[in-house]
Write a protein that binds this ligand. Structure first.
Ligand code: SF4
Length: 461
C-alpha cells in the first residue's frame, strides 16, 4: 500500500496479509482528516425520521434542519408527515434569552395543525450550550396534548454519528412498553435497523408473512409510533445495521427479556441465513416453519441463479471497493461481489467496531485494504492504487468515484431500487453489470492516460 495516510490514522487502516490483524476504531474523527461521518444530530435523525406518523422538530438554527427527507427518502405505505422538516429556527435573541418558549409554541402549533401520533424534538449544538430544558418542555406538551413528545439528546458536538444512534435508541425506548400487546402472536418479531429507503422493508415483511411470522413493528423504516409502543410484545428482535439499533435491542432484552439476532438482508447467503435462523428460533412452537422457509428459499433461488450466471460471466475478475456507514452492509457486499465473480480490493465503514473489522478481515482475500472512518483523500488514493472498476458507497462517496472516472453504485440514501432480499440481489447484480460494463469508462481520464501509457510502452518495445 503506497497511499498517503496521515500518521495519526495509520492504525485505522490494515492490509490483509501485512502482519497480524490489529485496528483502531470507534474513536473520535481526527481533526483535519475531513471524515465522511455526519454529526450526532444527523445520526439520530437518520434512525428516527423514517417513523412516518411522527412530528420531527429540530430545535436549533435553521441550518441544522437542512438534512431533510429529500436527502434520505425513506418510503411510507401510509402517512407522510416525516417528509416535512420543522425547525424552531433559533436566532441570536433566543440564544441569549433561551429558546424554551419558542419550542413550546412551535410544538403546540405543529401538533394542532398536523395531529401526529407522537413527536420527536432533536437537540442541536447550540441547545446543548444554552441549556434549554427539553425534557421539561416535552413533558408539559405531552401532558397537554395526550401524545408522547420525546426529547432526543443529540447535541452535535457530543461525539460522532454513532452517539446519534444511541440518542435515537434512548428516545425510542421511552415509547416501548406503553401500549397493550394482547393480539400479538407467539411467533412474532420486530424488524430493527432497516430504513425502507427504496421499499426494502416491504420485501422482507412479505418473506416473513410467507413463512408465517407476524411482524409487530418496523424500527424504523415505514415505522409507526403505536407499533413501536407495543413492540415489547414480540418474541424476537431482528437487528440489521447493528450500529444504529443494537442499543435498543440490548435495552429491550434487559427490560423485557426479548432476545435478538443480528441479521442482514443483503445478498443471497445472508438473506437465506436470516430466514433460516428465524425459522430455527420458532421451530419448537411452529415445526412447519422449517419446511415453509426451505420452500421459499428454493423457489427464490431457482428464479435468481440463472440470471446471476449471465452477469457473472462478464464480471468475473473485475474489482470493487466498498465504503459504507455501518459495517454489516460491508460483510454482505463482500459476499455478494464474490457471488457475481468480482474481487473486493477495499472495504471500510464509518462506524465499525473491533468485532466488525475482525469479521471483515476473516471474509476478505489477502491484499484487501480494510479501513475505518476514512476521508476523501484516502479513499481517492486507495481507488487509484487498486484501479477498481466500481465503488459502492453513499451520497458523499459518489463524487469521489466520478471525479476519478470510476463506476459507482449507491447503496445508501439516494437509491430508488431496493437492493435487499433475493430480488434485491438481482437488482444489485444488474446495476453493477451495467455500470462496470459501460463503455463510458474508456474515455475517463485515468483510462485514457493508461491507454496512452500502454501505447508508448508498446512503441518503445
Ligand atoms: S454539528 Fe451541531 S450545528 Fe452542525 S448540524 Fe450538527 S447539530 Fe447542527
Amino acid at each position: 500500500m503506497d497511499s498517503r495516510i496521515l500518521s495519526d490514522r495509520e492504525k485505522q487502516v490494515h492490509v490483509k496479509g501485512d502482519g497480524p490483524f490489529s485496528m483502531n476504531c470507534d474513536m473520535p474523527s481526527l481533526a483535519g482528516a475531513v471524515s465522511q461521518r455526519a454529526c450526532v444530530f444527523c445520526g439520530s435523525r437518520v434512525v428516527l425520521y423514517p417513523i412516518a406518523d411522527a412530528l420531527h422538530l429540530v430545535h436549533g438554527p435553521i441550518g441544522c434542519a437542512a438534512y431533510t427527507w429529500d436527502i434520505r427518502g425513506a418510503l411510507s405505505s401510509g402517512p407522510e408527515l416525516h417528509r416535512l422538516s420543522f425547525s424552531t429556527d433559533l436566532q441570536e435573541k433566543d440564544v441569549i434569552f433561551g429558546g424554551e418558549k419558542k419550542l413550546y409554541s412551535a410544538l403546540r402549533e405543529l401538533i394542532e395543525r398536523h395531529n401526529p401520533n407522537g413527536a420527536f424534538v432533536y437537540s442541536t449544538c447550540i441547545v446543548g450550550i444554552i441549556g434549554d430544558d427539553l425534557q421539561a418542555v416535552c413533558q408539559r406538551v405531552s401532558q397537554e396534548t395526550g401524545i408522547p413528545v420525546i426529547p432526543v439528546q443529540s447535541e452535535g458536538f457530543k461525539g460522532n454519528k454513532r452517539a446519534g444512534y444511541n440518542a435515537a435508541c434512548n428516545a425510542m425506548f421511552e415509547l416501548v412498553g406503553t401500549r397493550p400487546t394482547d393480539d400479538i402472536s407467539p411467533v412474532s418479531l420486530n424488524i430493527l435497523g432497516d430504513f425502507n429507503l427504496a421499499g426494502e422493508i416491504w420485501i422482507i415483511r412479505q418473506y416473513f408473512e410467507r413463512i408465517g411470522v407476524q411482524v409487530v413493528a418496523n424500527i424504523t423504516g415505514d415505522g409507526r409510533i403505536d407499533d413501536i409502543r407495543r413492540s415489547h410484545g414480540a418474541a424476537l428482535n431482528l437487528v440489521q445495521c447493528s450500529g444504529s439499533t443494537m442499543d435498543l435491542a440490548i435495552m429491550m432484552e434487559r427490560q423485557y427479556g426479548i432476545p435478538f439476532l443480528k441479521v442482514s438482508y443483503f445478498g443471497v447467503e445472508d438473506m437465506a441465513d436470516s430466514l433460516y435462523r428465524v425459522a430455527n428460533f420458532f421451530k419448537e412452537i411452529r415445526p412447519a416453519i422449517i419446511d415453509r422457509t426451505r420452500e421459499l428459499v428454493r423457489n427464490e433461488l431457482n428464479r435468481l441463479y440463472p440470471e446471476l450466471e449471465r452477469y457473472r460471466k462478464d464480471l468475473n475478475g473485475k474489482k470493487a471497493a466498498i465504503y459504507v456507514g455501518g459495517a454489516f452492509k460491508a460483510f454482505s457486499l463482500v459476499k455478494a461481489f464474490r457471488l457475481i465473480g468480482m474481487d473486493v480490493s477495499l472495504v471500510g465503514s464509518q462506524t465499525g467496531t473491533e468485532e466488525d473489522y475482525k469479521e471483515l478481515y476473516e471474509i476478505t482475500d489477502p491484499g484487501t485494504i480494510i479501513v475505518d472512518d476514512s476521508n476523501p483523500l484516502e479513499l481517492s488514493n486507495f481507488l487509484e492504487e487498486k484501479d477498481v472498476d466500481i465503488f459502492v458507497g453513499g451520497v458523499k462517496e459518489r463524487p469521489i468515484a466520478y471525479k476519478l472516472g470510476v463506476g459507482f453504485c449507491d447503496h445508501n440514501h439516494e437509491r430508488k431500487e431496493p437492493l435487499e432480499g433475493f430480488v434485491g440481489m438481482l437488482n444489485f447484480a444488474r446495476e453493477v453489470h451495467s455500470t462496470v460494463m459501460s463503455p463510458v469508462w474508456r474515455f475517463s481520464p485515468r483510462r485514457v492516460s493508461q491507454h496512452v501509457h500502454n501505447e508508448r510502452s508498446l512503441k518503445a518495445v
